[in-house]
Design a protein around this ligand. Structure first.
Ligand SMILES: [Zn+2]
Length: 273
């Protein structure tokens, strides 16, 4: 088959990553980040995995990495809608460039979005990491518009030392890892996914799942996971909402019991004197 030059150039441009001359500055003032995709100051520029020590509210955040994928993401969205549960999607730039319509659906449903790099390399150089972050930022702006930016990031493989993480933290992102793993990349069993999440749940956890190709078992487990967590008294929020709750507890930790007992004792002693 002979392709016309016009058709050939269209095909080539469709498969090329967005062209960016240099790393653009983050749109901090002109394009203010939507509040619900932001993170409190204490979580910006650092990696965070667990809720603060005295966090007791039975609330958790479902997160999905590596999408959006044509094969799995629509099923995940359908279940989340049916169960009326919010989620957070840490999307890959390369997937967004192919499946921008699915990203738009996630946003329209009120879910939160974070960046999970463009190519998900195991050992990126700092230069590659910088270029990929810029491609991701440009891709989100292109697909969602300038007002829907995010300060949420998740490093591939949870690697807090990689060039990706260093680049994201330098740009002021909050690197949000997980404290509860479905381990859906290590199994094909929906019941294993269910058990991994539900039997290990604790207040304030971030739960990691994947909506990349081949995660049918995650789809098959999801409704039961949600119901199992509800049965244990848990409600669901997006990551930005969870971070606000973490921040509130971290800002006002409850007075330790020992301190209170000591104070009561000193008051009693004063009365006795
Ligand atoms: Zn990943």
């Amino acid at each position: 088959m002979i392709l016309s030059p016009l058709l050939l150039s269209l095909i080539v441009s469709a498969f090329s990553p967005p062209k960016i001359a240099s790393s653009p500055a983050r749109p901090t003032t002109k394009y203010k980040a939507a509040r619900h995709w932001n993170a409190p100051a204490r979580y910006r520029g650092v990696s965070t995995r667990t809720p603060p020590r005295y966090f007791t509210e039975k609330v958790c955040a479902l997160t999905f990495d590596d999408g959006p994928s044509r094969q799995i993401t629509p099923s995940i969205l359908k279940i989340l809608k049916q169960e009326n549960v919010p989620a957070t999607f840490f999307v890959m730039g390369s997937m967004v460039s192919e499946n921008g319509d699915l990203l738009k659906k996630e946003v329209a449903a009120g879910y939160a979005i974070g960046i999970h790099t463009y190519d998900h390399r195991t050992h990126p150089t700092r230069g590659q990491a910088s270029r990929e972050m810029s491609w991701c930022e440009a891709g989100l702006i292109k697909t969602l518009g300038a007002k829907q930016q995010t300060w949420l990031f998740r490093s591939p493989f949870g690697n807090t030392k990689s060039a990706y993480t260093r680049e994201a933290l330098a740009r002021g992102y909050a690197n949000i890892l997980w404290s509860n793993s479905s381990a859906d990349t290590a199994t094909h069993s929906a019941s294993v996914v269910y058990n991994n999440v539900v039997s290990n749940i604790e207040p304030g956890q971030v739960i990691i799942c994947h909506d990349s190709e081949g995660k049918r078992h995650t789809v098959n487990a999801l409704a039961n996971v949600i119901r199992g967590l509800r049965k244990k008294g848990y409600t669901f929020v997006t990551v930005p909402v969870l971070l606000q709750k973490w921040d509130a507890v971290a800002s006002h930790p409850p007075t330790p019991k020992k301190k209170i007992e000591k104070k009561v004792l000193s008051i009693k002693l004063q009365v006795l004197r």
